[in-house]
Design a binder for this molecule. Structure first.
Ligand code: ADP
Ligand code: MG
Length: 475
């Protein structure tokens, strides 16, 4: 019997379906189309580069197992990625990317997505067309205004960005400088402006570039004696977006060339958009004349999002990923990750990944473990006394009962929970925890921790205890 792409893929799907949540299956596997099979290589089509990256990041193990069951140990997976085109051509392109880590045992070069490769080769050096010169905009379509959640913390930057996108070069926000701490959305807004402009004005030449890359290109151009080409290239651009200009600090040569490019663009009514992790006044080792240019337009600050905005960002992301998560967990994450949207997203993505790999449910306990990894130092130290009080109160007993020698099941459980939380939330040793909770030895505490771990996995009611207590002890 010959295998077809469809039959192989269907078998894979039924295996995958059994191993992940229905929601994740629906979101990440239903949209995939099997394209062809050649020997041990199956080609599947995925709707976007983002999709491909997500699969590689979150489901590669599962895919590998599924595929090896069907095609043997040499099974290969090739993605056919539909490219999102961010510049004028409207031909849909596809790019084939071999799965990068299908065999973790053999060392293997991680494949650079072709898209990136080509882009880098072509940029900044122009692709000569017949009449018109095409420049790849380097924009990431996943960063757009639609998925940039508005809140008090970003309203000014967001609306200034939209104003610029509506009339590039035609507002007084030129340059538009967006500044703020890490992970607050500077890069996202910078792309969003470019994406929006490309959408509204397909003929405008937009270029997004990081300051580091800009610097590198400049250095290369000096080495290869093409400094003038470099300047000329940048002077052709209608909308220049330079990310993280703080990296230019101390680099006088690059600042100098940027100053000339900037003046040229500005004089010709072209739009410049900059981001930085500092306000202009706080930028160090940036030439005064350049700083004064930065101040010509508008500097808009991105602040850390408030609680409501953090909730909206999380919900928005869940919605987009097609994931449902209990409200109290979203709330827990929003309350504990305060100053960085990237971390907020990171926690969600880890939650989703954990639950789909290990078939774990979304629990507060899982959220807590993941949040802890993100915010190491904010864990507040609670005392063992306090833990015993909270646990006793929760089970409606007094601390003396919790500590007593009795073997009554519910009291034993309460005591084990107290030990477990003491181990988790304090820096005390097992021995010291044991001596403070009813004079037990360290082996008893260790056993308690293991028991709680096991019961949390297997017993729903018990897990509720752990979740409730986690909440009481951490808020
Ligand atoms: P920065 O460049 O300021 O370090 P990024 O733009 O890279 O930050 O943002 C970090 C992550 O947070 C990105 O994935 C981005 O999409 C997301 N993000 C930031 N702000 C928002 C927002 N208001 N709404 C939705 N996503 C956001
Ligand atoms: Mg950034």
């Amino acid at each position: 019997m010959t295998k077809t792409a469809d039959s192989v893929w269907n078998e894979c799907l039924s295996f995958i379906k059994d191993n992940i949540k229905p929601q994740a299956y629906k979101t990440w596997f239903e949209p995939i189309k099997p394209i062809k099979i050649a020997g041990e290589a199956l080609t599947i089509q995925v709707p976007s580069k983002f999709f491909y990256e997500w699969l590689e990041e979150h489901y590669i193990k599962l895919l590998r197992v599924a595929l090896m069951k069907q095609l043997g140990n040499d099974a290969k997976l090739i993605y056919d990625v539909r490219m999102e085109n961010t510049y004028s051509s409207n031909r849909p392109q596809t790019v084939k990317i071999p799965s990068s880590n299908r065999n973790p045992l053999k060392s293997q070069n991680v494949t650079v997505p072709l898209e990136t490769k080509n882009r880098e080769l072509r940029n900044p050096f122009v692709i000569p067309g017949l009449q018109k010169v095409k420049i790849e905009s380097q924009l990431n379509p996943n960063y757009n205004f639609n998925n940039f959640v508005e809140g008090d913390s970003n309203r000014l930057a967001r609306s200034a960005g939209m104003a610029v996108a509506n009339k590039p070069g035609g507002t007084s926000f030129n340059p538009l400088l967006i500044y703020g701490g890490v992970g607050l959305g500077k890069t996202h807004i910078a792309h969003a402006i470019g994406v929006e402009i490309k959408d509204k004005y397909p003929d405008k030449t937009v270029l997004y570039i990081s300051s580091e890359k800009f610097t590198q290109q400049f250095i290369d151009s000096v080495k290869s004696n093409t400094r003038n080409d470099f300047i000329h290239f940048y002077q052709m651009i209608d909308v220049l977006i330079i990310d993280d200009v703080q990296f230019l600090s101390g680099k006088t040569g690059t600042q100098d060339v940027f100053f000339h490019i900037f003046n040229h663009l500005h004089q010709n009514g072209k739009q410049v958009i900059l981001t930085s992790d500092k306000a202009p006044v706080d930028m160090q080792d940036i030439e005064q004349r350049l700083l004064s240019r930065f101040k010509w337009g508008l500097s808009a600050e991105l602040q850390a999002p408030d609680y409501e905005t953090r909730i909206s960002i999380l919900q928005n992301k869940l919605f987009r990923d097609g994931v449902e998560m209990p409200e109290e967990i979203v709330d827990y994450i929003a309350k504990n990750i305060k100053s960085n949207v990237r971390e907020l997203e990171g926690v969600l993505i880890s939650m989703i990944a954990q639950s789909s790999f290990n078939r774990r449910e979304y629990t507060l306990e899982l959220a807590r473990q993941i949040v802890d990894k993100f915010v190491k130092n904010t864990k507040k130290e609670v005392s063992i006394d306090y833990i015993q009080k909270v646990v006793s109160k929760y089970f409606d007993m007094d601390v003396a009962t919790l500590q007593s020698k009795t073997r009554k099941r519910h009291i034993v459980q309460a005591r084990q929970l107290a030990m477990y939380f003491a181990k988790r939330m304090t820096k005390s040793s097992l021995a010291s925890i044991g001596s403070q909770i009813g004079h037990r030895d360290h082996a008893t505490v260790l056993h308690a921790c293991k028991t709680v771990d096991n019961l949390t996995e297997t017993d729903k009611l018990f897990r509720k205890y752990v979740d409730d207590l986690t909440k009481k002890l951490t808020f």
